[in-house]
Ligand binder design. Structure first.
Ligand SMILES: *[C@@H]1O[C@H](CO)[C@@H](O)[C@H](O)[C@H]1NC(C)=O
Ligand SMILES: *[C@@H]1O[C@H](CO)[C@@H](O)[C@H](O)[C@H]1NC(C)=O
Length: 380
């Protein structure tokens, strides 16, 4: 099969090994996968820990799967998730969703959401719940499809409930509701059972703009500020009453998504005052919605800035290189004081400009977003 040359790497998903512990059963799968389907090579991750510790975790083996080899519409992914067996990535420009087997890092399948509604071309958010996958479109449509057959698409239009729900920035779930955030300063939620009961929470005048991501700890929903006018304020609201909007100014201006480990919220650095492309990872306490701490990645390397999305494996937090950047950084959640760096461009010069990703506990997966460092026609 296909060796992925540099010029062919149109939409390469990157998977990197989190740790060097492979169950024996999986080792064979990996070997078979190597022959048939994988670019599989090792290279040296640069370890930049201030404490020389934890040499058992690999964070180095990189594999690449070019989704665009299966269908040229499988490009430009900002949103992805896993159901344990498959990885799913939803395009920000074509309305196509890809899924692939996690076990083999192969078997790419395609779902064309525009067949259900031509308005669903740009995915703003995507998440799984039960046996369904959900996509929130930029235009305010909620799309639900079966994870079992990777088919059966249903659509509702949030904007029929409130006209301000026609410009969405992302979405997430608490397991009972889906939440979709509008750039017009409103949050919508809908019941997952039946794709119904749309409710709207108005955040207020000061919160019109782009929130780049969010998450829930089961008690609150948290929204992460991207637009500069949001002034670095993280917003949270109560899930039980779908009310009580609070804000926390974290002192850094702009973030590209974030994640939680259940104790802290983590914010992925994008811009800050006084210069583009921040390297400051921020975390705050969820229980008190306070105690802001900063891990400035540029302290280690001035190139460690401008990230897009991230995730956690429960031990480390990972931030994904956006725009022209190519270095994945991870830091231990326990200390929040050291880092390790994996340069994807060392593997293949095309592997840069990613956005977000997920982990299956063994590998980290990074969404391919830019091609040749140019965006697929998305203006943000
Ligand atoms: C990579 O690691 C190997 C084994 O530890 C070492 O011999 C080699 O010099 C390293 N290469 C680079 C470029 O650092
Ligand atoms: C996706 O579905 C739409 C509607 O059926 C169709 O017009 C379009 O050609 C499909 N795209 C591809 C690439 O198959």
């Amino acid at each position: 099969m296909l060796a992925i040359g540099k010029a062919q790497c149109t939409a390469c998903v990157v998977a990197f090994l989190l740790q060097n512990v492979m169950p024996a059963a999986n080792a064979e799968v990996m070997q078979a996968g190597y022959r048939a389907h994988r670019i599989f090579s090792k290279h040296n991750a640069s370890r930049m820990s201030t404490h020389a510790q934890d040499t058992t975790r690999d964070f180095s083996t990189v594999e690449v799967l070019n989704l665009a080899d299966t269908d040229s519409n499988l490009v430009a992914f900002r949103n992805s998730f896993s159901d344990g067996a498959h990885g799913y990535m939803a395009s920000s420009v074509t309305g196509f969703v890809a899924r692939f087997s996690l076990a083999g890092f192969n078997n790419v399948e395609v779902l064309n959401l525009t067949a259900a509604d031509s308005d669903i071309q740009s995915c703003a958010g995507a998440f799984p719940a039960g046996t369904f996958g959900y996509v929130i479109s930029r235009t305010g449509k909620v799309v639900r499809f079966s994870l079992l057959g990777f088919n059966s698409v249903d659509v509702i239009n949030l904007a029929t409930t409130d006209g301000d729900l026609n410009s969405m920035s992302f979405g997430f779930t608490d397991g009972s509701y889906g939440y979709a955030i509008s750039t017009n300063g409103k949050v919508a939620r809908f019941s997952l059972s039946g794709l119904s009961n749309v409710e709207v929470l108005s955040l207020g005048q000061g919160y019109v703009g782009w929130f780049s991501g969010g998450f829930t700890d089961g008690t609150h929903g948290y929204l992460i500020p991207l637009s500069l006018n949001l002034a670095g304020r993280v917003v949270r609201f109560s899930l039980s009453g779908f009310n009580n909007v609070e804000a926390l100014a974290v002192g850094v201006r702009s973030f590209n998504g974030g994640f939680t480990d259940g104790v802290h919220g983590y914010l992925v650095p994008w811009y800050e005052d006084g210069g583009p492309h921040s390297g400051k990872v921020v975390r705050f306490s969820l229980s008190g919605f306070n105690n802001v701490e900063i891990l400035d990645l540029e302290t280690w390397d001035s190139g460690l800035r401008g990230f897009g999305g991230g995730f956690t494996d429960g031990t480390y937090g990972y931030v994904v290189p956006y725009h022209q950047f190519s270095k994945v950084v991870r830091f231990p959640l326990s200390g929040f004081n050291t880092i390790e760096v994996l340069s994807l461009a060392d593997e293949d010069g095309e592997l840069r400009g990613c956005y977000g990703g997920f982990t299956d506990g063994i590998y980290g997966y990074v969404n391919p977003y830019y091609k040749n460092r140019e965006l697929f026609g998305v203006g943000y």
